[in-house]
Ligand binder design. Sequence first.
Ligand code: HGY
Ligand code: MN
Ligand code: MN
Length: 422
Amino acid sequence: MRSATTSIAIDRDRLLHRLGELAQIGRIQGTSGCSRLALTDADRAGRDLVRTWMEDLGLTVRIDGIGNVIATTHHGGGDGPGSGPAPVMAGSHIDTVATGGRYDGNLGVIAGLEVIETVLAAGVELHRPLAVGFFTDEEGSRFPPDMLGSLVYAGGLSLENALAIVGIDGAVVGEELDRIGYLGPAPLPGPAPHAFVELHIEQGPVLESEGIRIGVVEGVQGISWTELRITGQSNHAGTTPMPLRRDAGLAAARIACFVRDLAVELGGSQVGTVGAITLAPNLVNVVAAEATMTVDLRNTDDVALSEAERRLELCVSGVERSEGVTVAMRRLAQYEPVSFDPEVVAIVEKVAGQMELPSRRMPSGAGHDAQMMARICPTGMIFVPSAGGISHNPAEHTEPDDLEAGANVLLATMLELAEARW
Ligand code: HGY
Ligand code: MN
Ligand code: MN
């Protein structure tokens, strides 16, 4: 499909082939999805493959202290990162959740690579270099918080504190980065690009349900992650009278039900999720001594999100009293809502219109590296529809026509930001 705004278009087959090849790494048998938790061997293999593609294109590859990998062209008179005009950058992540699909994050990286290969092959002259990168641990499932690599890149967390983070399996970020060979030399925070554009699947039902091809993303909602460690008393399931129990399992269940009811009560864009609960000793005939659980609260409105956090704390205090347990709360992530740059948003919308792709403006319910890059440069995002609104699920799917359309919108947006000379 030729994009109306440029005389060049991405290579659909090459885009689909690379997405398919990357998806074989950590492949979840019997599905089209993959599992590449951050800093695992599967993540290393995915990184190695994408870095090879970057090097094969003759790009200058920069690996920094938190393992972010960014490849840059030599347009605009510079000879690699840090010299000449700042680049226009695409990017996302290639780590996945344990039940990941093949497009979450991967699309933004592979499409960015495709844009660069298309531009190099066409010999387009640009005032600025182009860059494409993948950030470490965007998902945050193994090592919270999410968007860890882009947060450090943007100066939101010190490298020292990031490297010391202990994951849900007891592993340490710095040790794992070193083990997989991605403890890079490039300094942090990273250099601010001229602009950053992330192509991503919507991961929700809106575009598909409205028959819209392109989401023009105006911002990302606020995110609050909390870990709760509940301590009760293990006891015999048969002999312990109900009023005498200090049941950590019941306490966790009450809090989980409260999270759902709170989201429904607050309404609007409020969502609440208890995605992880583990009990100890986790045995059929033992009242649970301990429960560890996570609460994910999100809202486009920061005041409402703070209210939801306050109400959760009140609920926890009440459960401590009624169940005779103690609860230790630890904040794992806390990000305010982010608005993207109006000019970049307008370019995405204009380009979609010129390509006659139906589009609509919308917020992002999911967190993305773009919300960190928005702290240091003009940033925007492009969404393409998710079939059935499914994501964080191996069945995640986006139609090839939509993948191609999204990549062409990314191409035209980046060319405009890089001041292509036709
Ligand atoms: O949690 C998120 O929204 C993203 O998938 N890391
Ligand atoms: Mn993602
Ligand atoms: Mn994700």
